[in-house]
Design a protein around this ligand. Structure first.
Ligand code: F6P
Length: 328
């Protein structure tokens, strides 16, 4: 392995996701394993600009593999989007002797890393951390599996009330631009309909589906709505619309919000985080840079950051068909 990198910085950036701590732990311990210094960069790129750094040894990450959130804190830095901000960050990194960094975050965080790498030829590596699962080059982002389990667990509870009172519930889940959470949690929790950004179901088809569902003898229903869906009405407007057009339905709304981003990571996310952290550090030590480490068909693979940012991880249309069949 190349000896040129001796000190690696690690930061979390953008929205937190369960498994980020397990990834930090993996990066720190892999550095220790290879006798490389590891520096925690606090508060994402903003902390990088301000030099908010702390040395991390293998014992500094004890008991965090099971914790949600991120011990390094996270932020969305406006200043890092400017050349002046990035210059300050470069100066702080150089002052501290950091010669590469690993950013754990989503596509916005990767864009920052890529621009920085282009401007300063500074070695960078990305680890995908977002509950949305909307990154090209990995079948799973850190936190997605945990978020799915959280959402399914909550919808199971909502179903108790839905069926006790013969109600229809609109449950809004996260996923600004992508319907992976809605689609998979919707199938897992047995939703009658799933509204996602990638496919506009249309109001008429929604009403038709609910009519059919009543006629088929169902007394309660769950409709999972991704926050980025394109049907053109908020969940609260959907409630009013359905009550106006289908008075036989008593409708309630549940917006799950940030509870989906918290909580202990699932075993899957912990193992994935550990594998991605090892690969990220070892790839830097091998002289690679400007890649994202991801998982494809259970193999840890590198994808150029540029592709990870620009590419799309599309939803599986077969899942839409499966959902339709399941809700007959
Ligand atoms: O990208 C992750 C995500 O949780 C999205 O699903 C959601 O739209 C967004 O972050 C919310 O961001 P914030 O916490 O900044 O409101």
């Amino acid at each position: 392995m190349s000896k040129s990198i001796t000190k690696i910085g690690v930061l979390t950036s953008g929205g937190d996701s369960p498994g980020m701590n397990a990834a930090i732990r993996s990066v720190v311990r892999t550095c220790a394993f290879h006798n490389i210094e590891c520096i925690g960069i606090y508060r994402g790129y903003q902390g990088m600009i301000e030099g908010d750094f702390k040395e991390m040894g293998p014992r500094s990450v004890n008991n965090i593999v099971n914790k949600g959130g991120t011990v390094l804190k996270s932020a969305r830095s406006v200043e890092f989007r400017t050349p002046e901000g990035r210059k300050k960050a470069y100066e702080k990194l150089t002052e501290a002797g950091i010669d590469a960094f690993i950013v754990i975050g989503g596509d916005g965080s990767f864009t920052g890393a890529e621009i920085f790498n282009n401007e300063y030829n500074f070695p960078v590596m990305g680890i995908p951390g977002t509950i949305d699962n909307d990154i090209f080059g990995t079948s799973h982002t850190l936190g997605y599996d945990t978020a799915l389990n959280t959402v399914v667990d909550v919808i199971d509870k909502i179903r108790d009330t839905a069926s006790s009172h013969n109600r229809l519930f609109f449950v809004e889940v996260m996923g600004r631009d992508a319907g992976h959470i809605a689609l998979n949690a919707g199938i897992g929790a047995g939703a009658e309909e799933i509204l996602i950004p990638e496919e506009d179901l249309g109001l008429e088809r929604l009403l038709e589906s609910l009519r059919k569902s009543k006629a088929s003898g169902k007394s309660s229903s769950i409709v999972v709505v991704s926050e980025g869906d394109k049907i053109g009405k908020s969940v609260f407007e959907l409630k009013d619309y359905v009550e106006e057009n289908l008075p036989e339905y008593e409708v309630r709304v549940s917006v799950l919000g940030h509870m989906q981003r918290g909580g202990a990571p699932s075993c899957f996310d912990r193992v994935l985080a550990s594998r991605l952290g090892v690969k990220a550090v070892e790839s830097l030590l091998e002289g690679k840079s400007n890649f994202m480490v991801g998982i494809l068909k259970d193999v840890i693979e590198l994808t150029p950051l540029e592709q990870a940012i620009k590419g799309e991880y599309p939803i599986d249309l077969e899942l839409v068909r499966v959902s339709d069949i399941m809700s007959i």
